[in-house]
Design a protein around this ligand. Sequence first.
Ligand SMILES: Nc1ncnc2c1ncn2[C@@H]1O[C@H](COP(=O)(O)OP(=O)(O)O)[C@@H](O)[C@H]1O
Ligand SMILES: [Mg+2]
Length: 575
Amino acid sequence: MKLTAILGQVVKADGMSGAMLNEMVFVGKKRITGELIRLDCDMATILCYEDVSFLKVGDPVERSAKFMCAELGPGLIGSIFDGLQRPLKKFGTFMDTQGDCPSLDMDVKWKVYNSKSGKVAKGETIAEVKESKAIVHKVLAPCDGEAKIKNGEYSVNEVIGCVVCDGSKVDVKLLTTWSVKIPRAYREKHVPSTMLVSGQRVLDTLFPIAKGGAGAIPGGFGTGKTVTTQSIAKFCDADIIVMTLVGERGNECADVLKSFAELVDPKSGNSIMEKSVIIANTSNMPVSARIASMYLGVTIGEYYRDMGYNVLMIADSTSRWAEALREVSGCLEEMPGEEGFPVYLASYVAAFYGRAGYVDTLGCGSGSLTILGAVSPPGGDFSEPMVQATKSVVRSLWSLNPELAYSRHYPAVDWFQSYSNYDLDGCDKVMDDMRETVKKLLEREEEILSAVRLVGYESLSSEEKFVLYFADLFKKDFMQQSAMHKVDRYTSFMKQRNMLEAFLTYFESGLISIRNGDDLKDVVDKSISEKLSKMKFSEQEEFGDVAAEIEKSLLHEKEFVDYEELSERLEEEDK
Ligand SMILES: Nc1ncnc2c1ncn2[C@@H]1O[C@H](COP(=O)(O)OP(=O)(O)O)[C@@H](O)[C@H]1O
Ligand SMILES: [Mg+2]
């Protein structure tokens, strides 16, 4: 088994008969990791995931007889890995991998408790380990049978007990492995319908995603993909975050690590790292390793899903992954598809997002894996193949608009180009009605604006002028959200609801009083807009019942604001 050709990250070796497709191999004297991606008689084509610059024809190639696997067990949470799951320890402008070391610390002793004896089913919890302040790691039965697990202190590689099945004994360790390209098993997948509260107002109000859903956030350079996905990672209500940074610059990754380490989860008071796993493949690492990091991220996500957690996996940016696929496909001299991407790009993308889901786990519980991918098409061109492939599989799409970004309207989520097709239950009816009202309001604004272009602002009715005024206020003080402000960067669901109620009460009361003959300039009340503007920067307890105050100041006789009726009326006016 020797190297016969080196074509970049792709190399060829002979004497490989009996090897398996996707088998992991070690190439050259430094034993760099590679994967068998094509076999032709005894000739193998291998994709190397590490630096190939020192390889020579004739160098040895060693088989491993196993697939590329993730090492799974306690110690993942709080770790930072590269695409090959080697811990990255050195923070700085560039981060160096630590040579050939195990993924999980083999020396740490974990306290195993709640261990089970007796009959168990495959996937059932047979012991627990407190992995971090926020996460209890569940050890799952490897098969049906009779469990004999003992409490105690164990390192990940020690046997903690066994499960006896049909007379044969399966040893149980904290450490297990799983082939990254194969989705982990579950009992049943359901249509996701519980909302993942992101804490970002424009997303939760207009385009909410479900736990177990798949979403994408396409946008050109500098439109805010990284800031938005990071904000979601930091503040959303998922139990576990798997952050996969693909092909970003080293210092950008270092920034992420620093901000994750410093940030405290607003709900639990713990550091965010107590519930996060970070996988970083910076732009200075071999391009092919980006492919590995995507699969590693999603596998770790599924692993915690199987313990019954709601996991969010974020990939920033999936376009760097697509570029890696293109590069490898080029080395293999495959027939290129659109824009040089491999013809199977769409099926790879579909398979990747397909691993998201809300499932009944094998162990009879339920868990979810939500996948959110940033897409960065060159030149911000959304007709590009990766955006198109992604759009056809995700059900939530948050398109970032460069014009909004340039005018510093952040998050620059385009309200006409974005959508979410999840049917969420458990949300309250009032919130649903308010959502509809906001969508109608934005459409109505657009229509009035096109009328203004034709006939000028002065010929608008007072009511139309008020709609424009309000829409502007709403965009500035509700939809815009600063990721840098210590209160504004995260808005709880209740606060969002309160804010919406206050804003829409102003809208409805304003429309009513204009209809009752009040002057526009009295309705466009500075003190009200000031009150509304302050809401996003204050804690919920500080602002009281703004909606009631507004109603009182605008309406002489108190009229009840019905958001459903308001939304219907806007629709009628559209016609
Ligand atoms: N929600 C936000 N609040 C404040 N600033 C933002 C926000 N979103 C984006 N920005 C600004 O836009 C810049 C570029 O965002 P970034 O996420 O790095 O873009 P991308 O990843 O799309 O290239 C950030 O450095 C920041 O100044
Ligand atoms: Mg970015």
